[in-house]
Design a protein around this ligand. Sequence first.
Ligand SMILES: Nc1ncnc2c1ncn2[C@@H]1O[C@H](COP(=O)(O)OP(=O)(O)O)[C@@H](O)[C@H]1O
Ligand SMILES: CC(=O)N[C@@H](CCC(=O)OP(=O)(O)O)C(=O)O
Length: 260
Amino acid sequence: MTSKPTLQVVKIGGNVIDNPSALASFLQDFASLPGPKLLVHGGGKIATQMAASMGIESQMIEGRRVTDEESLRIVTMVYAGWINKSIVAELQGLSCNALGLTGPDGRIVLSKKRAATPIDYGFVGDIVTVNAESLSGLVQAGFSPVFAPITADAAGQLLNTNADTMAQALAIALSSTYDVTLTYCFEKKGVLLDPNDDESVISSIHPASFIELKEKGIVSAGMIPKLENALKAISAGVSVVRLCHADNLQKTEIGTKISA
Ligand SMILES: Nc1ncnc2c1ncn2[C@@H]1O[C@H](COP(=O)(O)OP(=O)(O)O)[C@@H](O)[C@H]1O
Ligand SMILES: CC(=O)N[C@@H](CCC(=O)OP(=O)(O)O)C(=O)O
């Protein structure tokens, strides 16, 4: 049996994107990763700040943004515009052949508006399909795709999509062709047993320990969808899933490893 080529899918979170020097150092590490790679970025923190500066209050429920028409315009401008193009330009400056994308570009990611019950999130999309063939084609052509968390449905309606979910869906889709490693990079050293103690990193999480951590309130807020996505990825064909500090992208033994 011939083994699959390797590919790294990396997600970078909004708290790092909001810190230019931390982002620059992360992008340097990303650019120097060997082999095919793909980046998914968030930017929730900047979108919230932008909305606030326009007098619009952001509402998050279970780590997801309630997205009305005005918020959709803001998140599209922030994620697919300012953040995506800044990251692509910075990576190009580091000789990484980054290609900025959103879901509707080449219809690589197709989503569907979330049902309005039990919670009406407005213009929020859940991923329906990923066109792995088109995406692999871009990777094989030498590009490093950089995805903003904006998608669209089949009728062309733009939708806001959680960036952790986007990374999970892309990693799973690519795992039929590649041996995929998925790394969630953020501003903490991993999943912490005590959120106030940066050194209390939990080295490994599996489905049963996640339920226990959630019940005890040790994982909360944005960490819940992040871990749900991480667990889904490891159970659906992704070879390695890890959560770590953005500074530790290349230190593969550090952080929290996810097991099935
Ligand atoms: N046990 C935990 N360990 C680490 N972070 C946690 C934990 N529980 C909750 N969190 C929170 O989850 C956040 C990461 O989720 P999120 O804000 O969605 O980040 P990102 O923007 O990187 O996706 C951390 O900043 C932290 O505040
Ligand atoms: C539907 C939904 O919640 N979308 C997210 C997309 C951005 C994101 O996920 O950013 P981080 O990775 O920085 O949290 C939002 O608007 O906050």
